[in-house]
Ligand binder design. Structure first.
Ligand code: EPZ
Length: 430
């Protein structure tokens, strides 16, 4: 199993190209099941989760061809992938596939809308929390679906004549359930209104692509989305939006080590709240023609309190990284996690590097230390693992991060991107 070896202490200087967003690419790929035509996605990141979803879509009958053209020699693969689901050969998503990645549950929306039925394994719990599917079930039921849970599977069927438009107000904001309901409603008869919808940029990106395919969606990116059903959708070509979590992660890495880095091909408006928090720690952040510039020189890292929230709040997917940054702040900070109940597994690993963190319910108290020291650590989930990288970049000596398959799920060519900016980061294959 691969590990990542980091020798801390170097400032970061240079340019980091930001990849297409994993969390936009996944629902966009799933949307290809809504049409028998070809959906072409550009700027798709080369990640383990994308590869896994390619296998899952193939199981439903999608014909997928990958154009591996390098947009920048040696730096990032912004791949163009063509998805054609002329015939759906299976409406079942089996446990073996769904259990590996929660987002694969989302195929339930397109399969149900297009084929009138879907049998999808329950995704089960996962390391960061229980992650139930009640909101998906209630939302799809509001479109007339009949849903039963049996033997670990969700069996959904549409009434004779297909799904019908309906009104559903989410009692709690859910990104995935918003994606699914929006996709299902595109082919329903009549009008659907989704209230308390997730406002994440990835929802707006999916709506943009669906509209290019012929859907009639308005309001995506706000709390109320309206969808007028159409009989069928066509193919389209769509460019995946930049990864705001990768952007924020590297911005925090620079705030941690000091230095001067341009984050290229990304947009500040995707992560205003997080950038504001990073600014308050003492880094300078400005927008450039091609992206965002992050600079921190001599001054120390100021402590800043944050609370995670659905968009436009501080993203839960950047919480671990911000904690990594706070471990070296000049005072005491507090981080409160409100989205997932068990997203603090990085705390004990950061402690191995010398961080002083105590937990009380959903709030972590971080007492900044002046020195971190390299140590062997273990990645526990995708974002937790990169928080260890951030801390290790500013630690004295060597840190060896094991279980890096977590990192490979969501960070494209991390070691290469950091090495080009002067960090000592290398992959070690045993
Ligand atoms: C998406 O997950 C992201 N995944 C997650 O990113 C991200 O952390 C999360 O949104 C929150 O921003 C992808 O986009 C692929 P939710 P999702 O449904 O859609 C509860 C990463 O690191 N809930 O918005 O699964 C749920 O338990 C990943 O890239 C219900 O109670 O998250 C949670 O507490 C990890 N019932 C809250 O809602 C339901 O039926 C928000 O979850 C569904 C969700």
């Amino acid at each position: 199993m691969d590990r990542i070896r980091i020798v801390g202490g170097n400032q970061l200087q240079g340019v980091i190209p930001i990849s297409g967003a994993k969390n936009a690419a996944l629902p966009l790929m799933i949307a290809s099941l809504l049409t028998d035509d070809t959906l072409t996605l550009e700027n798709v990141p080369h990640l383990a989760d994308v590869e896994q979803l390619i296998r899952i879509l193939g199981n439903h009958g999608a014909d997928i061809s990958v154009n591996g053209r390098r947009e920048r020699q040696g730096e990032s693969y912004a791949r163009t992938i063509h998805f054609t689901s002329r015939n759906i050969v299976s409406t079942t998503a089996p446990y073996e596939l769904v259990s590996k990645m929660r987002a694969s549950f989302w195929v339930i929306g397109p399969l149900l809308a297009r084929e009138g039925k879907a049998r999808v394994s329950l995704p089960g719990g996962c390391a960061i929390g229980t992650r139930p599917v009640d909101l998906f079930i209630e939302g799809l039921a509001a479109l007339g679906a009949n849903i039963e849970i049996d033997g670990g599977y969700v069996n959904a069927t549409a009434p004779e004549g297909g799904l019908t438009g309906g009104r559903y107000v989410f009692p709690k904001v859910s990104v995935g359930a918003t994606h699914v309901l929006m996709m299902a409603a595109t082919l329903a008869n009549g009008m659907t209104v989704i209230g308390n919808a997730a406002r994440e940029p990835e929802v707006a990106d999916l709506a943009k692509c669906l509209n290019a395919m012929g859907a009639k969606i308005t309001g995506a990116g706000t709390g109320t989305i309206t969808i007028e059903g159409v009989r069928s959708l066509s193919g389209a070509r769509h460019r995946v939006l930049p990864d705001r979590i990768e952007t924020g992660t590297y911005a925090m890495a620079v705030a941690m080590t000091g230095g001067d880095v341009i984050l290229e091909d990304t947009e500040a408006s995707l992560l205003d709240t997080a950038l504001e928090a990073i600014r308050r720690t003492g880094a300078e952040i400005s927008e450039t023609n091609s992206g965002i510039r992050v600079v921190r020189n001599g001054a120390g890292i100021r402590p800043v309190d944050i609370v995670t929230d659905p968009f436009p709040g501080f993203p839960t997917d950047l919480q671990a990284q911000f904690m990594g940054l706070m471990t070296k702040s000049s005072g005491v900070s507090h981080i409160t996690e409100t989205i997932f109940e068990n997203r603090f597994m990085h705390v004990q690993e950061l402690a191995r590097l010398g961080a002083k963190i105590s937990l009380s319910g959903q709030t972590a108290k971080i007492e900044g230390v002046s020195r971190l020291k390299g140590a062997p650590v273990m990645a526990t989930d995708l974002r937790a693992s990169v928080s260890l990288v951030i801390a290790a970049l500013a630690a004295e000596g060597e840190t060896m991060v094991s279980r890096v398959y977590h990192l490979d799920r969501g960070f494209e060519r991390l070691e290469e991107k950091l090495t080009r900016c002067g960090a000592h980061v290398e992959r070690v294959s045993d």
